[in-house]
Structure formats: C-alpha cells, structure tokens
Design a protein around this ligand. Structure first.
Ligand code: NAD
Length: 486
C-alpha cells in the first residue's frame, strides 16, 4: 500500500517522497548565502557536467537518438558555457547597486540589493532535457536559492541520470522529483517562491493556476509556431542550409526551430531544390542511416506527427514523409502548405517543414500578427525595408536575421517568449535577475528631520514646501475655482 502522510500546508498525500523533496529544499535555504557558497555550488554544477559527459550523452542517445556532437553543442557544452559565464560575473551582479535619490528625499542613500527568492521549482520538458534543467538551475543557484527540479518523465533515461547526479553533486541544495502527472500535481500543491516552467501552453495554464493559489510568480518558457521569411534578396543556398540546420537539429523537436517558411511563390519554388540539396548535404541520401540525425522522443509523439502528415496530399510533399515507429524515425520532410492548411493549426515540433506561399512581406507580417506571438521569428532578407517591416510590425520572443536558433546562445540576450510563447526570460544575467528579488533599500538619517514638511497638519508654509518638494504646484485660486465649478 502507498504510504500516506499529512502535510500541514497541503493536506493528506500519497506522495511522501514529493513532500520530503520540497521540505529538504526549504530547510536547506539560507537567506543570506554569500558569494563563496554560491560559487561553490556553481563549481559543483560544472563538475557534474564535465565529469559525466559520457553518461549524459548515453542517456540523451537513449531518449532522443541525440548524436553525441549535437548533445555537446546544444546541451552539455552549451550549459557548461552558461554556468561558467554566470560564475565569472556573479560577484559583480551580487554587489548592491547605489542609485541616486531625488532632492526631496535628501539627505539619504538608496541602493538595490539582489536577494534570493527562497525555494524555487524548475520544471523541464523532454526535448533538451539536460540543458533545460541545468541552465535555469545555474541561474537559480547563482541567485542563492534552493531548488526542486522536476525533469520530464518523457525523457526517462535523462530524468533518472539527472536525479542521481544532482543528488550526488548538489544534494544539499537541490532536490529532484521524478514522475508524471500525479507526482507533478502533488508538487504543484506546495508553495514555492518561484516556479520556472518550460513546456507547452496547456500545461502552463495548469502550472500558472496552481501557482496563483499561493501568489507564486512564474516564468513560463513556452513554444508556438516560429516562422521564417525568405525573399529573393537573400542567398537562397546559404539560407536553405541554415533553415535545414535549425529545423532538423534534434529531429525538429526544438522550441525555436523555424516551424514553417513564408515567402513569395516564386522564391519558394527556388528554395525547394536548395532545401533538398541541404538535407542531402547534412544527412546523406537516407537520413535513417545518418549518425547526425536524431529520433522522435516516443511512438506517441511520432503518431501525432504522422497523423498530421496524413492530411497532406502526396502532390504537396517536396521530399521525405516516411516513418518507422519501431525506431521512432521520421524522415526529414518538406511540404507545401496553404496558410490555413492542416499543418498551420498548431506548433509542429517535429521534422516537417511546410513552405507557405504569401504574396509579399506585408502579407507575411499580417499573417504573423493574426496568430499567437511567436517565440522566434527569422527573416532571411537583404532588403533593409523588409527587415525594418518585420522589426517594427511584429512581436515575438526573439527576432533573428539570417540565422535560426543563435539568438538563444548569447548570454547577453534575454531568452523568453511574449504572450502565448511565454512570460519572463533567462540566460546570463537575465537568469540571475529572474531568480532574484530586487530589494529597494533606503537609508535616511534621523537628523535633521527633513520629513517634518510632510507631517500633518497639512497647511501653511509646510504644506507649500511639501508640494514643491515633490514637484507639484499648489493649485492657485483660479484653478481651485475652476475645479469647484466642475
Ligand atoms: P513535457 O510533456 O515533458 O512537459 C513539461 C513538464 O510538464 C514535465 O516536467 C511534465 O512532467 C510536466 N507536466 C506534463 N503534464 C502535466 C500536467 N497535466 N500537470 C502538471 N505537470 C505536467 O514537455 P512538452 O510540454 O511536450 O514540451 C514541448 C513544448 O515545450 C513545446 O511546445 C516546445 O515549444 C516547448 N518548449 C519551450 C522551450 C522554451 O525554452 N521556450 C524549450 C523547450 C520546449
């Protein structure tokens, strides 16, 4: 029988291990954790990645058929760079920042101090299951928090490996909860000081509703349809290579992958053979035998994609389309689609690239503006006016000209969505900010007591001085008269 226990805050539970994990993280929280202790935690996180590259790569290969090179580039090496960057800058970020005080408050000193939030929850999805746990974790630890990590149950091998490693390297400040919906539901009943969730929008609503019960702030890193615009001013061969790389890395299961390509009909006709050529360059004649091409995470996820593809007429398939459920393999596929075709209803999140013809850049902008705000928008054009048009008239988490995915690899750029593609951002200093509270600290000497001008009774010279001090003019007679007439 499952042991049960009653948590004073959340009631009876069938998941004592979930409650224990939260309790451990809460108890371990130290409100004024200093620089040395935080650096030590970041060093241990670095060690975890460096010393366990092999086992992490194996788990990624088992879950997603992720090639080792890709695993390093997009998960381990990427995250290591993020942790090292944060570690090197942390001292400066932690320093209280003096800010000026207005004359009306003088004499006084004011500063902003970054404080840890407390115990935070990080929930990760399966597509980059190492990076999307460890990269926000670096920010949360740098900011001095303790953390409960919930890896995705879909990438079960990585989840198990991370649970073991995080326990070994960072067990004093990080607890891991493994499991699916029941465990996560229980986890979300607890009060956290911040919830950082990466995944799809439907679950984000569940997470946000659960957090709202405790007034817990959330960061939501979501997805959606990220378009790429291509026109005749660009070098189509290079553009096609880059689009193919950005789309088919991790077998299309990347939140910022170009979801579809928009362009004038003539340009798309010219792009088609370039995409086919780039696919052959990257993955050979048969991607199934390429050691550079990944797999779909599960048969269930593959079935969703093949159901989508079944709705595409054979005449609209430019290349690809074959699948093998036994291997969770889906061939890199390029199709033609109408703007309201079956592939345009939801985020594709797989190796299927629709080419959607629109008459002009203005039409593309209108189409984008009519939908949910994308996580990423890519523009392949040399026309300054076209670049400006997309920059001024669309909104998206990120905007990148001529290169997909790269916007998220600069630690100086915030990575996050807007509207349906997410709330909040992280990476580099933005991670530190996300997981810190910016506390306003004012220090005003007791003498001389300049505050006397604001004390009641509100009349006479004092009242005039107080009004002048905050930049307001006392209403004159005429104004008073005018007001009383209204
Ligand atoms: P997923 O199924 O692994 O779910 C994410 C997390 O939510 C997991 O930890 C899971 O256990 C939990 N979860 C699932 N169902 C739940 C429920 N009913 N109640 C509570 N918790 C639940 O991953 P996913 O959502 O399929 O991930 C893919 C989506 O994530 C895509 O939309 C993609 O675009 C998006 N994504 C966004 C980013 C980003 O950084 N913005 C990165 C990767 C993926």
């Amino acid at each position: 029988m499952t042991p049960t226990r009653t948590d004073p805050e959340t009631g009876p539970t069938a998941f004592p291990e979930v409650d224990d994990a939260v309790e451990r993280a809460r108890t371990a929280f130290v409100p004024d954790l200093g620089l040395a202790a935080r650096l030590d935690r970041l060093h241990r996180l670095e060690d975890l990645i460096r010393e366990n590259r092999g086992v992490l790569e194996e788990a990624l290969a088992a879950d997603l058929g992720k090639p080792a090179h890709e695993a390093w580039l997009t998960e381990l090496g990427f995250t290591l760079e993020e942790v090292v960057g944060i570690r090197k800058e942390l001292r400066g970020w932690m320093r209280p920042r003096r800010v000026p005080v207005p004359l009306s408050l003088a004499p006084a000193r004011a500063r902003i101090e970054a404080q840890p939030l407390g115990t935070v929850l990080i929930m990760a999805p399966w597509n980059y299951p190492v990076q999307l746990v460890l990269s926000p974790l670096a920010g949360a630890l740098a900011a001095g928090n303790t953390v409960v990590v919930k890896p995705s149950e879909v990438s079960a091998n990585v989840s198990a490996v991370l649970a073991g490693l995080l326990g070994r390297y960072l067990g004093d400040c990080v607890s891991v909860v493994e499991g699916g919906v029941p465990e996560t539901t229980r986890l979300l009943e607890h009060r956290f000081d911040h919830v950082f969730y990466t995944g799809n929008g439907s679950v984000a609503r569940v997470v946000m509703a659960a957090a709202a019960r405790h007034l817990t702030p959330v960061t939501l890193e979501l997805g959606g349809k990220s378009p790429a615009w291509v026109d005749d001013s660009t070098d189509l061969r290079t553009a096609a290579r880059r689009i193919v790389w950005g789309k088919f890395v991790n077998a299309g299961q990347t939140c910022v992958a170009p979801d579809h390509v928009l362009g004038p009909p003539g340009v798309l006709a010219d792009v088609e053979p370039e995409l086919v050529r780039a696919l052959a360059e990257h993955y050979g004649a048969d991607a199934r035998h390429s050691d550079s091409y990944g797999r779909i995470v599960s048969e269930r996820h593959l079935a969703r994609l093949t159901r989508l593809l079944d709705q595409v007429p054979a005449a609209d398939v430019v290349c690809g389309g074959s699948a093998d459920p036994a291997e969770c393999y889906l061939e890199p596929t390029v199709v033609r689609s109408a703007p309201d075709g079956p592939l345009m209803a939801e985020e594709i999140f797989g190796p299927v690239l629709p080419l959607v013809a629109v008459p002009s850049a203005e039409d593309a902008v209108e189409l984008i503006a009519a939908g949910d705000k994308p996580l990423a928008l890519y523009v392949f054009s040399e026309h300054r006016a076209v670049k400006d048009l997309f920059r001024r008239r669309t909104s998206s988490g990120g905007l990148s000209f001529n290169a997909p995915l790269l916007q998220l690899s600069s630690p100086h750029l915030p990575f996050g969505g807007v509207g349906d593609s997410g709330t909040g951002a992280y990476h580099g200093k933005h991670s530190f900010t996300t997981f810190s509270h910016a506390r306003a600290v004012l220090d005003k000497p007791l003498g001389p007591d300049t505050l006397r001008v604001v004390y009641p009774p509100y009349r006479g010279l004092r009242s005039r001085l107080a009004a002048a001090a905050v930049g307001l003019r006392r209403p004159g007679r005429r104004t008073r008269h005018a007001v009383s007439k209204i």
